[in-house]
Ligand binder design. Structure first.
Ligand SMILES: NC(=O)c1ccc[n+]([C@@H]2O[C@H](COP(=O)([O-])OP(=O)(O)OC[C@H]3O[C@@H](n4cnc5c(N)ncnc54)[C@H](O)[C@@H]3O)[C@@H](O)[C@H]2O)c1
Length: 323
């Protein structure tokens, strides 16, 4: 297949691009390099530096390359920032995405696979969370992703554009070549690793009085290579709709800190502070549907292995993608 990957210079997009190329697909990356890195784009891919806010640029890219499928990773991803500046999130994650869909419709793209998020569920009633759980985001980031899922639904109804929305839980790990280099970083595993590297003086644990066995929040960490596998399966499938992608295992903040200590062999300071508003005690995905319907077979269910892969990438890239 020929596939256009919007946001392919970012963390998940770079690993997914490599995964597709390794399996013989042709990839065109469209990325503004606002948060991504040129060095994160596999040299076998064509890189077009462009912004989805530029309708002519994305239309030209799709018209020139005529991809059969499009994967849409391009978005802003900071929950905290989305609650300070919601306009930035709705503009990029919803409005700019429309330019991509218009280009798909105009140029006969068959299918779009979209990066959605567990944040569409807000504070869930049931854990593990099935897709039937009501969607009630509690931040503008999650709302922007849910809005785009609805947009996809209507583009399918009206234009026949097929779509799969993949609701990731916490993406983690790395391939041997591509890994996570966000600035600012807000994800737990890289933050704990920064403490292990001495790049931050401690790791903060927000709340130790949650109703969980060790009192800290529980999250579901899914390997970025398993996410890549799901994107290819979704592109190959004719089934439309939204699917959870999680490992199904929950790990507490303390368990992640222990795993990083074990993998790195480094001890570091841990600071216990107040809860943050809006953090649910447990977020674990039920991904039975993705396994059953898409045939997804995640390969990594051991969080220590996920941490080991992330650490190996950081050791090889101590300054991230900066030389
Ligand atoms: N990282 C996670 O744990 C996680 C969890 C759930 C969902 N997601 C979603 O997965 C996707 C990828 O996440 P990531 O961690 O790789 O993020 P990232 O910031 O590393 O990658 C996003 C990429 O999109 C590009 N981009 C953003 N806006 C653009 C625009 N208007 N035009 C062109 N390029 C643009 C950025 O330059 C960047 O390279 C995002 O949509 C995110 O919301 C991520």
């Amino acid at each position: 297949m020929k596939i256009l990957v919007a946001g392919g210079a970012g963390y998940i997009g770079s690993v997914c691009t490599e995964y597709l190329l390794d399996r013989g697909h042709e990839v065109v990356v469209f990325d503004a390099l606002i948060n991504g890195h040129r060095e994160a784009v596999d040299s076998r891919a064509v890189l077009i530096q462009g912004n989805l806010e530029d309708a002519a640029a994305i239309n030209q890219a799709v018209a020139a390359h005529r991809p059969e499928g499009v994967i849409h990773f391009a978005a802003f991803i900071e929950v905290g920032e989305s609650m300070q500046n919601p306009g930035k999130y709705f503009r990029n994650n919803v409005a700019n995405g429309l330019n991509l869909l218009e280009a798909c419709v105009a140029n006969g793209v068959r299918k779009v696979v979209f990066s959605s998020t567990a944040a569409v569920y807000g504070m869930p009633n049931q854990v593990p969370i099935p897709e039937s759980e009501p969607t009630k985001p509690i931040n503008a980031y999650g709302e922007s992703k849910l809005m785009f899922e609805r947009v996809l639904y209507w583009y399918r109804e009206i234009h026949g554009l097929q779509y799969t929305a993949l609701r990731y839980f916490n993406a983690a790990g790395a391939s041997p070549t591509y890994g996570e280099d966000h600035n600012p970083e807000s994800h737990l595993i890289p933050l704990v690793m920064q403490a292990a590297e001495g790049k931050r003086k401690s790791i903060k644990v927000f709340g130790t009085d949650y109703d969980t066995p060790d009192g800290t929040c529980i999250r579901d960490y899914v390997h970025v290579l398993d996410l890549a596998q799901a994107h290819l399966l979704a592109l190959q499938s004719d089934i439309c709709g939204a699917f959870n992608l999680g490992s199904g295992n929950g790990h507490s903040v303390r368990a992640i800190i222990d795993a990083v200590r074990e993998v790195t062999g480094v001890d570091f300071a841990v600071e216990e502070v107040e809860r943050r508003p809006g953090d649910p005690a447990r977020l674990v995905g039920d991904s039975t549907e993705a396994r059953k319907v898409l045939g997804w077979q995640p390969q990594y269910d051991d969080v220590r292995e996920i941490v080991r892969h992330a650490w190996a990438w950081r050791k090889a890239h101590p300054n991230g993608y900066k030389a």
